[in-house]
Design a protein around this ligand. Structure first.
Ligand SMILES: O=P(O)(O)OC[C@H]1O[C@](O)(CO)[C@@H](O)[C@@H]1O
Length: 554
C-alpha cells in the first residue's frame, strides 16, 4: 500500500501546509486548557506534548491515519506473537519478557521466559552473595561485559541510570578499538573478574575479538580451560556457538531469537543489570515496562502515550518536514539514553523500502541524536534556537534529585523548562529592539545588532517528567519509546524489526581483512585502495601480509 495515496495522508499534507503559518504560542492563547489537553499523566510520569505545533483537527487527522493503517491490529499482532518481523520470519516478543502473568503469546513462550528468568535469578543471587568464584577460588567482585549494539547499549544505559554501590562492580566494553578493553583490563583483577560475553548471534566480530583478547590476557595465569569454564559467561540466542567457543553449558544464558537485539535488555541480556542492581530491581524494571505495555494495549488511541508520541513524531518528520529529533535528558544518570534511543529508533525505522518491497518515496524515521541537555546548552543549542533547521526535541527530567547537594536540582530543571519555553516563544525583532533600547543603545547600534538576536521560536518539543528515576519509571520510559517507534513504523509501512542495512559494511570489513592478508587491493575503488595502501605502508605489523588473527572475517 502506498500510504501517501490514502485520503487521510493527503488531508494531513494539506493541514501541514496551513500549520507552517501558525504559531504554537498563539494556540495557548486560543485554548487556555491546551496544556492539560495535550498532556498525559501516567503512573510515575507526566508527559506534556502541548508545545508541539498541533491542534485538535491535526490530531484527529493523525488518528484517522492510524486507523486507516490498522494500527490497533498491528498492535494486537505484536503482542500475540504473529510473525511481524516478516523479512526474518519471526515474531517480535520482547513484551512477553515482561508480562507478569502467562501471556498472550502462548504457554511455550511464557514457560521459556520464566525458566530463563529463573536461571538469571539463581546465578545473580549466588554471584552477589559471593557464591561464584574464579580459578583461584576467590569470589567475583567485578563483571566486565563484552557486547555491542543491543547487547550493550540497554544494559549499560540502565546500569548507569540506576546503579548503587553493591557487591559487584559492572563495567562494559563494546569497542573493537583495544583502548577500551585495555583500560578495563588494567583495572581488573584476573582472579576476581567474571567476563560476560553478550551476543545474540555469538558471531559478532567486535565482541568475539574482545573475548579472545581476554583469553590471551589470562595466558600464564590460568589455563584456557580454567578461564573458559570459570571466568566466562555467555548470553546468547545461539547457544551452540557459545558452546563451540568453549563456554561451560551451565554458564550459558539463552533467549529466544524472537527478541531483537535492540529490545533485548529485558531478556537474559539484562543479567548485568540484575548483577549490578540486584534481581529485585531488575524485576521492578520489567514491571514498569509491563505497566506501559498495558497502557499501550488498553488506552484509547487518543489518550495513548506511545501512540501520541509516535503520531507527533510522524507529524514533525513526515508532514512538517523536520528530519531530525533531539533527545535531551536533564539527569546525569540518563546520559546514555540518547545513544540507546538512537539504536532503538534508527535501526528500526531507518528504512527506505516499504512492507511490499517498493521504495518509500517519503521521509521515514528521523535522525535521532542528543546528549545531556544541560551540557548541550553550551554546545549545540545555538543550532536548536537559531539554526536554519527546526529540530523537535524531547526534554526528559526527574522531579526528585538523585543526590543531596542543595541548590542544583531546581536550577537544573529551571534550565530545562526555560529551554523548551525559549524554543517555543522565541524573541521577535520588535522585542529585541525594545530590549536594546531599554539597555541604552542608540538607534544605529540597535539596527545593527537586532537581527542577530532574533529567535524565530515556534520550535516543537515534548517534555517528560518522571517523578523519580527508579526501576519502574525507567522501564516504563524505555517501553514508551519502544512502542512509539513501532507506531511510527506501522504507519510508515515499514518493517521496524529487521536491520539489513548493517550487513553490507560488516561483509566488506571482513573482505578487506583478507585483502590485507594477501596485500591484494586490486579491484577496490580508487579511494579505498589508496587508503588501504597508505595503511599497509605506514601501519606496521597489524597491516602486513599475515593471516588475520582471531575471529575477524569468520
Ligand atoms: O548481539 P549481537 O548478535 O552480537 O549483535 C549486536 C548488534 O549488532 C547489530 O546486529 C548491528 O550490527 C545489532 O542489531 C545488534 O544489537
Amino acid at each position: 500500500m502506498d500510504v501517501t495515496s490514502l485520503p487521510e495522508w493527503q488531508i494531513l499534507e494539506a493541514r501541514a501546509a496551513v500549520v507552517r503559518g501558525r504559531r504554537v504560542a498563539d494556540l495557548f492563547q486560543i485554548d487556555p486548557q491546551r496544556a492539560q489537553k495535550y498532556s498525559l499523566s501516567l503512573p510515575g510520569m507526566l508527559l506534556d506534548f502541548s508545545k508541539n505545533l498541533i491542534d485538535e483537527p491535526d490530531l484527529a487527522a493523525l488518528l484517522a491515519l492510524a486507523d486507516a493503517c490498522d494500527l490497533a491490529d498491528w498492535r494486537d499482532k505484536l503482542f500475540s506473537g504473529a510473525p511481524i518481523n516478516a523479512t526474518e520470519g519471526r515474531p517480535v516478543l520482547h513484551t512477553a519478557l515482561r508480562e507478569q502473568a502467562p501471556g498472550s503469546a502462548g504457554d511455550a513462550v511464557s514457560t521459556r521466559v520464566s525458566a530463563e528468568l529463573a536461571q538469571v535469578r539463581s546465578f545473580v543471587s549466588r554471584l552477589r552473595s559471593g557464591g561464584v568464584s574464579g580459578y583461584s577460588c576467590k569470589k567475583f567482585t567485578r563483571l566486565v561485559c563484552l557486547g555491542i549494539g543491543g547487547s550493550n547499549l540497554g544494559p549499560q544505559m540502565v546500569v548507569e541510570a540506576l546503579a548503587q554501590p553493591g557487591p559487584v562492580t559492572v563495567d562494559f566494553v563494546s569497542n573493537l578499538d583495544g583502548v577500551e578493553l585495555a583500560s578495563a583490563l588494567a583495572q581488573a583483577d584476573p582472579e576476581t573478574t567474571l567476563f560476560v560475553v553478550s551476543s545474540k548471534t555469538f558471531t559478532t566480530a567486535e565482541t568475539l575479538t574482545n573475548a579472545e583478547s581476554v583469553l590471551r590476557w589470562y595466558a600464564g595465569r590460568a589455563s584456557r580451560e580454567q578461564v573458559l569454564s570459570k571466568h566466562f559467561v555467555g548470553i546468547t540466542a545461539n547457544t551452540e556457538k557459545a558452546k563451540a567457543f568453549g563456554i561451560a553449558p551451565e554458564h550459558i544464558f539463552s533467549f529466544g531469537d524472537w527478541v531483537g537485539g535492540r529490545f533485548s535488555l529485558w531478556s537474559s541480556i539484562g543479567l548485568p543489570i540484575a548483577a549490578a542492581l540486584g534481581f529485585e530491581a531488575f524485576e521492578r524494571l520489567l514491571a514498569g515496562a509491563a505497566v506501559m505495555d498495558r497502557h499501550f494495549r488498553e488506552a484509547p488511541l487518543a489518550r495513548n502515550a506511545p501512540v501520541l508520541m509516535g503520531l507527533i513524531s510522524l507529524w514533525n518528520c513526515s508532514f512538517l518536514g523536520y528530519p531530525a529529533h533531539a533527545i535531551l535528558p536533564y539527569n546525569q544518570k540518563l546520559h546514555l539514553l540518547p545513544a540507546y534511543l538512537q539504536q532503538a529508533d534508527m535501526e528500526s525505522n531507518g528504512k527506505s523500502v516499504t512492507r511490499d518491497g517498493s521504495a518509500a518515496h517519503y521521509r521515514t524515521g528521523p535522525l535521532i541524536w542528543g546528549q545531556l541537555g544541560i551540557n548541550g546548552q553550551h554546545a549545540f543549542y545555538q543550532y536548536l534556537h537559531q539554526g536554519t533547521e527546526v529540530v523537535p526535541a524531547d526534554f526528559i527530567g526527574t522531579v526528585e534529585a538523585d543526590h543531596e547537594l542543595p541548590g542544583h536540582h531546581q536550577r537544573l530543571l529551571c534550565n530545562m523548562l526555560a529551554q523548551a519555553r525559549a524554543l517555543m516563544t522565541g524573541v521577535s525583532v520588535e522585542e529585541v529592539r525594545r530590549d536594546l533600547h531599554a539597555r541604552g543603545l542608540g538607534r544605529e547600534q540597535v539596527d545593527a545588532l537586532a537581527p542577530f538576536k532574533v529567535h524565530t521560536g515556534n520550535r516543537p518539543s515534548t517534555t517528560i517528567l518522571l517523578d523519580r528515576l527508579e526501576p519502574e519509571s525507567l522501564g516504563a520510559l524505555i517501553a514508551l519509546y519502544e512502542h512509539k517507534i513501532f507506531v511510527q513504523g506501522v504507519i510508515l509501512q515499514i518493517y521496524s524489526f529487521d536491520q539489513w542495512g548493517v550487513e553490507l559494511g560488516k561483509g566488506l570489513a571482513a573482505e578487506l581483512e583478507q585483502r590485507f592478508a594477501g596485500a591484494d587491493f586490486d579491484g577496490l575503488d580508487a579511494s579505498t585502495k589508496q587508503l588501504a595502501e597508505y595503511l599497509r605502508a605506514n601501519g606496521g605489523n597489524e597491516f602486513s601480509d599475515k593471516t588475520p588473527e582471531g575471529v575477524m572475517g569468520a
